[in-house]
Design a protein around this ligand. Structure first.
Ligand code: FAD
Ligand code: UDP
Length: 367
């Protein structure tokens, strides 16, 4: 087989790159995907009860990048959804992230935004250098908020407490001195109107793009003549684990369909301190679908299974650097995406990265 471009993985990194090559360079491209479907971790499908569910956990699209929003909008219309999360603390459902509403509900107060800022700065610990995820919360909101909202959720999610995790992890969750209870404040937010899989199908709808599903690239790559390989799988696996296995955190998903129209008050409810799962998502509340039934998913973090999250500790970052050095020596392979760059990317960042890589490392050179 001859393909100038071969892409490993049909997630957002792989399919965005494929689309750019197929459209802009008018070149044939082969995508090799080991799963039986496209879309990577944002894959969704209708379950046997007719509810659109996300097989690999809830995915909400949000970005500040006009370029990414406009790019994806060529392939989907949007259901203009703004994500809100509640957290179950001491028997109450409290808005998350930490805002004026959170503080007032948690402590049964009626403070203004300004008073909440004052309240939190009185609780905050003075920490000269923010070294880890524990410091992030303690320095903004103090011990009680840290212990109620973050400490045990993080232990469940990552199997270590926040003091062992890179500060970027909890920095994903803001503290706001206002009443904006949205989980994200990005300029562009929404859910693909007909689902992620449909959006991905549209991205791939180009006669130059060929897809081989159910195939591990290692089983076929030696039979293909190619000039450039774009690799979006696990970086450690690419190098046959020569620097050891990188840690990835996995999840076990427990889906349940209920014979009722609604299950919970918000699309996502976090459970930092109770149960073994971290959160429950009710899909209809994300997608706006109407049905007399509803499907929920509980997420149980685990070490076994699919590699969902790169592990954000210093040791892992150091180990990844050894692989990155190897990547940099290969001029005919480009590594993109959450698994290949061992980076806690959101969807928009993966698409942005693929668009940038195309512009700087593929399009210009090879045109
Ligand atoms: P992936 O989607 O993982 O795609 C890589 C593909 O490569 C996979 O399909 C895999 O099967 C394939 N592959 C791997 N190895 C091989 C091989 N050897 N041969 C052939 N194929 C191979 N982002 C958001 O923006 N918003 C959210 O709300 C959000 N929620 C998330 C919730 C969960 C539980 C998780 C795990 C992630 C979430 N994300 C979210 C992140 C989002 O999933 C990723 O940013 C994005 O999907 C990564 O795309 P990717 O192409 O890099 O990787
Ligand atoms: N987090 C927490 N409590 C929460 C929500 C998040 O401690 O109620 C921490 C936890 O460490 C988590 C990180 O913040 O892994 C990032 O949260 P986010 O919701 O962005 O996680 P994701 O959706 O990527 O799983």
């Amino acid at each position: 087989m001859n393909f100038k471009y071969v892409i490993v993985g049909a997630g957002l990194a792989g399919i965005t790159t494929a689309e750019r090559i197929a459209t802009e360079l008018n070149e044939k491209v082969l995508i090799i995907e080991k799963r039986n479907h496209i879309g990577g971790n944002c894959y969704d499908y209708y379950n046997e009860d007719g509810i659109l569910i996300h097989k690999y956990g809830p995915h909400i699209f949000h970005t500040n990048s006009k370029e990414v929003w406009e790019y994806l909008s060529r392939f989907t219309k949007w259901y203009h959804y703004q994500h809100r999360v509640l957290t179950y603390i001491d028997g109450q459902l409290i808005p998350m992230p930490i805002t004026t509403e959170t503080i007032n509900k948690l402590y049964n107060l009626n403070l203004s935004n300004f008073q909440v800022e004052e309240f939190l700065s009185n609780q905050a610990l003075k920490i000269d250098e923010i070294k880890n995820s524990e410091d992030v919360v303690l320095s903004k909101a103090g011990t009680d908020i840290y212990e109620k909202f973050f400490k045990n959720y993080t232990k469940k999610q990552w199997d270590v407490y926040p003091d062992e995790l890179d500060k970027s992890v909890i920095s994903r969750i803001p503290v706001r001195y206002n009443r904006d209870t949205r989980y994200f404040t990005n300029k562009y937010q929404g859910m693909p109107k007909f689902g992620y899989t449909k959006m991905c199908e549209k991205i791939l709808d180009n006669p130059n793009i060929h897809i081989l599903l159910n195939t591990d690239y290692k089983d076929v790559i030696n039979d293909i003549n190619y000039e450039k390989l774009i690799y979006t799988g696990q970086v450690d696996s690419f190098f046959d684990f020569k620097h050891g296995k990188l840690k990835y955190r996995a999840l076990r998903f427990e889906f349940e369909t209920l014979n009722s129209e609604s299950y919970q008050e918000a699309s996502v409810i976090n459970y930092p301190n109770d149960y073994d799962f971290t959160r429950i998502t009710e899909f209809k509340k994300l997608t706006g679908q109407e049905s007399s039934k509803t499907t929920i998913v509980r997420e149980y973090p685990t070490w076994d299974g699919e590699p969902y999250y790169p592990y954000p500790t210093n040791d892992c970052a150091e180990q990844y650097k050894l692989y990155k050095k190897e990547c940099d020596t290969l001029s005919n392979v480009i590594f993109i995406g959450r698994l290949a760059e061992y980076k806690y990317y959101d969807m928009d960042a993966v698409v942005k990265r693929a668009l940038d890589v195309f512009k700087t490392q593929i399009g210009r050179q090879d045109k």
